[in-house]
Ligand binder design. Structure first.
Ligand code: GDP
Ligand code: MG
Length: 250
């Protein structure tokens, strides 16, 4: 899917994508028709969801992941479901304010959505928008609203399900069925100087070892500092890309 060896690659036809997103948003049934548009290539992005509770650091982490993907010359679409924002004529900032470094990068397309008060963090039209977006870039990153442990709905729409567990969880939370049990990749955001985060990291490390491999995939765990970006390069290259290659292997 790479089209050149420098980072000047651009998102395919962003105006068209924006137009199609609005169209599908208003009427999900038109997706099939929209996809027949002859200008839409049949290439498919690697689709990744990042989920976790509010303030876990998802948006901050995605900002750093974008840097890594762009360093590798991949174009990126971010679809952020923002629970705190109501729809305001497509002019939402919300989560993407943390990604403002990338506003002027033509290889990045950022879009925030209000969650419209849906109980699940997955909006009605999200699956269609992911499907649509997957034809316009190399990677589609979805940030979900972090509506809680039961929120695994988005998993079925993406290739790679990344979970940032709440570092305030204890062992009981970990043992309960929760979204971290559905993760393809676990990420712990350890804030500099936080004993609580350190403790949680150690706890999760032992928990992760007890997870049985799923269809041959052993769920890896990565330690990052979302604020500084430390560990995010490793997450991208030893986590995200490896999982992409894993699922593409017949
Ligand atoms: N010190 C520190 N702050 C962080 C870190 N990650 C996130 N934050 C802050 O925590 C708040 C919530 O982060 P955000 O990325 O918006 O979380 P989200 O709700 O999961 O998307 C913001 O004020 C961030 O600046 C980190 O690794 N270290
Ligand atoms: Mg966010």
């Amino acid at each position: 899917m790479k089209t050149s060896n420098n980072v000047s690659t651009t998102i395919l036809n962003p105006q068209k994508l924006a137009h199609f997103i609005s169209t599908v948003h208003e009427n999900p049934e038109v997706l099939a028709q929209v996809l027949l548009d002859s200008d839409i290539p049949d290439t498919k992005a690697h689709t990744i969801a990042v989920t976790g509770s509010t303030a876990a650091g998802k948006s901050t982490l995605i900002d750093k992941i974008i840097h890594e993907l762009r360093d590798d010359d991949l174009t990126v679409i971010v679809l952020a479901i923002d629970p705190t924002e109501e729809e305001s004529g497509g002019a939402l900032l919300g989560d993407t304010i943390r990604m403002r470094d990338h506003y002027s990068d033509k290889g990045v397309f950022l879009r925030s959505f209000g969650s419209r008060g849906a109980s699940a963090a997955v909006t009605q039209y999200l699956s269609q928008v992911i499907e649509l977006a997957s034809h316009f870039a190399d990677v589609v990153l979805v940030e979900t609203a972090g509506a809680g442990q039961a929120d695994t709905g988005v998993k079925r729409y993406v290739d790679t399900f990344v979970v940032l567990p709440d570092t305030r969880s204890d062992a009981i939370n970990l043992l309960k069925a929760g979204h971290h049990r559905h993760a393809d990749i676990l990420v712990v955001n350890v804030r500099a100087g936080s004993q609580e985060d350190e403790r949680f990291f150690a706890l999760l490390q032992s928990f992760a070892q007890t997870l049985p491999p799923k269809d041959g995939w052993r769920v890896p765990m990565f330690r990052v500092n979302a604020e500084t970006g430390e560990g995010v390069g490793k997450l991208a290259r030893e986590g995200l890309y490896v999982h992409r290659d894993f699922i593409q292997t017949p």
